[in-house]
Design a protein around this ligand. Structure first.
Ligand code: HEM
Length: 414
């Protein structure tokens, strides 16, 4: 029987996960992974248990990761590793509860409406620029700038600084997302984080000096005189890094995967654009079949048993979301894209205590972006359908998204 690692990380499964996941499922839901240094679960029910079970939490996952690195690389990652360890995603209750409440204050229901005009302007400007081209890259020329505009508005980063911001974030996360230890990439990551941290510090200092009468961005809220003063500078950086980490690659990936999967099939695209509710449910199918994050990791806090496998306290346990989302016991015809699939209980935004705080925002902003682009360019097609999926165990995203504008386009938005 092939191991989980042999199947999951193989180029065949990266290209198309259907056969590989089915093969693994035949041998049960819980497997061992040497690459991920722990246990993995494939079934939807077990994955949900991993994400919601109080006996499984974040523990000290960042500490454990850093402890496994060569000392020079671990030193390069400081202070990023310290700040990330304070990000919401890596905390357990009670610290998690307080930080989540503060972040939820920013990502409240009204946020989508507040940032909608700024975002619509960016989508419009991108579409106007694309209208001048015959071909473009759906990631670099559309999904990425739209996502950065959204994050800039949430955090309080100046949109004019986006090129620097994108550069820093990409250099940091390309190192963190790669499995192998590359000292040069680690040093580059350290340098990029120092530049990002200096930049964010300057925004924090400016916001402290000129507190807003009606704070709305994360930076304004965290530095406001009425805010909780118990937070250290490292805690603030943790919050900000956590938000960028939570929203950047994930939303870019959702928008670009949606464009890909809808341009791939004319009928699917026509159905999705029939009305807003169809587009919303089509995006849920994109999230289910091509989840931005293919997995979600935890640490066992006590000894426990999962699907008859004994797991020791301190062991890593990873929910393989891309497998859970195709579990035939939960999803009928699991490998088909059904625009009208309802209910669609995919786990792509996580589940339980750490359920994605940005999910409502990601859903509405992705719908606005994808809806506008496909409506404005009705003849948009994939210029190269053979671009490979990124060879990553974590992200489900194509290396690039070459698109052809087509003969005719309309001037209206969505
Ligand atoms: C398609 C887009 C997105 C996807 C697929 C996604 C996915 C996820 C997942 C799977 C988790 C759970 C992590 C865990 O269980 O440890 C999560 C948590 C989180 N996400 Fe998202 N996310 C998206 C967009 C966003 C956006 C736009 C933001 C905010 C700007 C955001 C902020 C967060 C935060 C703060 C958490 C941590 C919540 C907690 O630990 O309590 N996400 N996200």
């Amino acid at each position: 029987m092939p191991t989980f690692d042999e199947v999951y990380f193989s180029s065949d499964t990266i290209r198309d996960p259907v056969a590989g996941l089915a093969q693994l499922r035949e041998h049960g839901s819980v497997h061992r992974s040497e690459v991920l240094s722990g246990w993995v679960t494939l079934g939807w029910r077990d994955c949900r248990t991993v994400l919601k079970e109080r006996r499984i939490g974040q523990g000290d996952r960042i500490g454990a990761l850093v402890a496994n690195l060569p000392p020079a690389t671990a030193a390069d990652l400081h202070p990023l590793s310290d700040h990330m360890g304070r990000a919401i995603s890596f905390l357990d209750p009670p610290e998690h509860t307080a930080q989540r409440a503060a972040a939820a204050q920013v990502l409240d229901a009204g946020l989508g409406q507040r940032i909608a005009p700024a975002l619509a302007a960016v989508i419009d400007a991108r579409c106007a620029a694309i209208a001048e081209l015959s071909e473009f890259d759906g990631i670099d020329d559309f999904a990425l700038p739209v996502t950065v505009a959204m994050l800039a508005a949430i955090l309080g980063v100046h949109y004019e600084d986006r090129e620097d911001f994108i550069g820093w974030v990409e250099r940091i996360f390309s190192y963190l997302g790669s499995p192998q230890d590359d000292p040069q990439a680690a040093a580059d990551c350290k340098e990029a984080y120092r530049e990002l941290a200096d930049y964010v510090e300057s925004l924090l200092t400016r916001a402290r000096a000129h507190p807003s009468a009606r704070p709305s961005t994360l930076i304004e809220l965290l530095t406001h005189p009425d805010a909780d003063h118990g937070r250290t500078q490292a805690d603030l950086m943790g919050m900000l890094v956590g938000m960028v980490q939570g929203g950047f690659e994930t939303t870019t990936t959702l928008i670009s995967n949606a464009i890909w999967l809808l341009c791939e099939d004319r009928d699917r695209r026509r159905q999705a654009l029939a009305d807003r509710s169809h587009l919303a449910s089509a995006l849920e199918e994109v999230l289910r079949l091509a989840p931005s994050l293919k997995l979600d990791a935890r640490q066992a806090l006590v000894d426990l048993t999962l699907d008859e496998v004994d797991i020791a306290a301190g062991d890593t346990v990873v929910a393989i979301l891309i497998a859970a989302n195709r579990d035939p016991e939960v999803f009928a015809d699991p490998d088909s894209f059904r625009v009208d699939r309802r209910p669609n209980p995919h786990l792509s935004f996580g589940f339980g205590t750490h359920f994605c705080l940005g999910a409502p925002l990601a859903r509405t902003q992705a719908a606005a972006a994808v809806g506008s682009l496909l409506t404005r360019f009705p003849n948009l097609t994939l210029a190269d359908a053979t671009v490979p999926w990124r060879a990553s165990g974590l992200l489900r995203r194509r290396e690039s998204l070459p698109l052809r504008v087509g003969a005719r386009h309309t001037n209206g938005g969505n």
